[in-house]
Design a protein around this ligand. Structure first.
Ligand code: NAD
Ligand code: TYD
Length: 353
């Protein structure tokens, strides 16, 4: 059997494929455009592994995706591919509309064409799992209840609006055409192979480089952090047992203010890699201008996933953040490749773009 996974050279998709193939021998077709956020270094350990086939392509390319579906006959498609960084969506929203909205639409159409022609048994067993975010629900006040699956969508950034649009498309392709879809809406992830433009890897790497640790606004915005391997286990569980047409919130019950997250990282670095001058990393914290339209608080109510499918996260924030800091300290090669531009050069030599 085979699954087709999109965006699996990125942070979460990459972790998903590594975990998947560590746990079973089911083949993975990995379709990724290799934008700035895609990094094949993450999948280096799979070089020469016949269970992993990488194809550089856009999810919106119906010709290529249609041919791959026909050739490999996957039993499921898991869609991670997206433009994913809120700050980039503010400075350049066009790519977000193109990939997250138009790309998802084209992918759904390719998959619908493939699925419609499957034999009855394969057709019934097929799943399209769409990986989405809690940001579609909007922002919470301090005393609001956490987001449940029935919370109305109120996206506030170009990123979250484009993801909300993609979730709506996925829902409509189920209700209108009967495509067997599943959607997951997850809170902020962190862990190994995270591109260093997002808060946690950025702070670890800036701290080690002696650079400022930029805190937007007052640093009291709250995110609900989930270790990436827990997100991957939730996706596997939803794929295995989720009810077709349903959405499942995924979260780690770890609401933290940004400033507290940054201070925790500083304390861990003081312990694991003390500065030569004996100073504390916390002294590098710098307050900078706030993000426009910055959502104040996200919090996920993950009871449905626990109650219906028996899923729970394995890591607490404390255990996961320690593993993450240790991973960055031990994997400086991966870091210097993504930050030095050497990787981008390799991509352009290898793929001519
Ligand atoms: P990422 O930016 O690290 O990776 C995205 C991957 O998609 C990259 O490898 C990129 O090359 C690829 N890609 C982009 N456009 C493409 C296109 N048009 N065709 C094919 N491939 C394309 O993102 P991530 O953090 O791994 O997020 C993966 C998914 O999970 C996204 O859909 C995101 O919305 C969702 N999500 C992320 C988080 C988080 O905290 N990172 C939380 C909840 C949900
Ligand atoms: P980020 O990792 O970009 O994820 P998201 O915007 O999807 O939640 O940011 C996490 C939080 O950290 C968010 O509230 C913005 C804040 N932040 C900073 O304070 N400084 C930074 O340099 C970055 C990148 C983010």
């Amino acid at each position: 059997m085979t699954i087709l996974v999109t965006g699996a050279a990125g942070f979460i998709g990459g972790n998903f494929v590594l975990d998947w193939l560590a746990g079973c021998d089911e083949m993975v077709i990995n379709v990724d455009k290799l934008t700035y956020a895609g990094n094949l270094d993450t999948l280096k350990g799979l070089e020469g592994d016949i269970r992993h086939v990488f194809v550089r392509a856009d999810i919106g390319d119906r010709d290529v995706v249609g041919k791959l579906l026909a050739e490999y006959q996957p039993r499921a498609v898991i869609n991670f591919a997206a433009e994913s960084h809120v700050d980039r969506s503010i400075t350049g929203p066009g790519e977000f509309i193109q990939t997250n909205v138009v790309g998802t639409f084209n992918l759904l159409e390719s998959v619908r064409g493939y699925w419609a022609d499957l034999a009855a048994e394969q057709k019934a067993a097929f799943r399209f799992l769409h990986v989405s975010t809690d940001e579609v629900y909007g922002t919470l006040a301090a005393d609001d209840p956490a987001f449940s699956e029935t919370k109305a969508f109120e996206p506030n950034s170009p990123y979250s609006a484009s993801k909300a649009a993609s979730d709506h498309l996925v829902r409509a392709w189920h209700h209108t055409y009967g495509l067997p879809v599943l959607t997951t809406n997850c809170s902020n992830n962190y862990g190994p192979y995270h591109f260093p433009e997002k808060l946690i890897p950025l702070v670890i790497l800036n701290a080690l480089a002696g650079k400022p640790l930029p805190i937007y606004g007052d640093g009291q915005q709250i995110r609900d952090w989930l270790y990436v391997k827990d997100h991957c286990s939730a996706i596997r569980r939803v794929l295995e047992a989720g009810k077709v047409g349903e959405t499942y919130n995924v979260g780690g019950w770890n609401e933290k203010a940004n400033l507290d997250v940054v201070k925790t990282i500083c304390t861990l670095l003081d312990e694991l890699q003390p500065k030569a001058d004996g100073k504390a990393y916390i002294e590098q914290i710098t307050y900078v201008t706030d993000r426009p339209g910055h959502d104040r608080r996200y919090a996920i109510d993950a009871h449905k996933l626990e109650r219906e499918l028996g899923w729970k996260p394995a890591e607490t924030f404390e255990s996961g953040i320690r593993k993450t800091v240790e991973w960055y300290l031990a994997n400086q090669d991966w870091v210097s490749n993504v930050t030095s531009g050497a990787y981008r050069e390799w991509v352009s030599t290898q793929y001519g773009a």
